[in-house]
Design a protein around this ligand. Structure first.
Ligand code: AMP
Length: 119
């Protein structure tokens, strides 16, 4: 992990309320906020409050945290009214996965029909 990771990590700054975002939910472990460049009518990001660069950096000790991220997305899907129409949860990892922000996050996408396979 580069020394500059914490300094350059915009999602950590959102968690710490140093960078503005439309936060939908926050507790002591996770934060959920609107994606700044949505690719679907509903596009929410759920992040751990602690800095994990990628999914590769999660360990068995993070099992509850990962589960909480998914359940947070599930609950928000209900609150945002896309649970019955359906939604997609995506985690991009590293270059081939399309990851651009190196703080672990899941995308909650909905409000339109998703295509498969993804590009
Ligand atoms: P990924 O490509 O999986 O790393 O996704 C990164 C996502 O973060 C993209 O969908 C961006 O639109 C989003 N994003 C980047 N910067 C911000 C920000 N400051 N606030 C909210 N979303 C952001």
């Amino acid at each position: 992990m580069p020394d500059s990771f914490a300094d350059d990590n915009v999602f950590l700054k959102i968690v710490q309320r140093e960078v503005p975002a439309r936060i939908l939910y926050q507790d002591e472990e996770v934060t959920a906020f609107q994606d700044a460049n949505p690719v679907a009518p509903t596009h929410v990001l759920v992040v751990p409050n602690k800095p994990l660069r990628t999914l590769n950096d999660a360990t068995p000790e993070d099992a509850c945290l990962l589960g909480k991220m998914i359940l947070t997305a599930q609950r928000l899907a209900g609150q945002l009214g896309i649970d019955q129409s359906g939604y997609r949860i995506v985690v991009n990892c590293n270059q081939h996965g399309g990851q651009t922000v190196y703080h672990l996050h899941l995308h909650l996408l909905g409000g339109r029909r998703m295509t498969w396979p993804p590009g």
